[in-house]
Design a protein around this ligand. Sequence first.
Ligand code: PNS
Length: 169
Amino acid sequence: MRKAIFPGSFDPLTNGHLDVITRSSPLFDEIVIAVLNNPDKKPMFSVEERVQMIEEILPAIKHNGCVLTVDSFSGLTAEFARRIGASAIVRGIRAVSDYEYELRMALMNRKLEPTIETVFLMADEEYSYVSSTLMKQVFLLGGRVNGLIPELVESRMREKLNTAGPQGH
Ligand code: PNS
């Protein structure tokens, strides 16, 4: 049983994330999309909202027979992977600028859990500039993000914006 985790903040999930999930699906029997609960950050969506959104999107993801599940975790990624019996950590690389941070993280995770391998996948070039942070920024400033995030995510972002009311000066 080849089990992997795909960890991240997913605030929110983008089409770049979906691309990495689909690309990694033929390599594993199960992939757990692991949403980090980071109390230091002020996210747009709560962990519960993120997990629920991903669960709703899950059935529409092309998965090549791989079982896709969602979970949340606090603390160390490597420790979470070990605890649930995963042998790999999947990460997407968009550009060279991602590499140094990802390398340091992979080496640290290997130091913490030497039996767990990090597997890097190159995201489609179509999404090479797509990040959750940029999507939020563009959306909040009224720009178009269609085709870059799932429609469900876009509608939840709109709901957030409407309930939060106008911000700033
Ligand atoms: O894609 P993201 O949102 O930048 O995800 C980063 C994430 C969640 C993978 C990373 O911040 C992480 O693993 N955090 C958990 C804490 C941890 O394990 N730190 C040591 C790894 S170097």
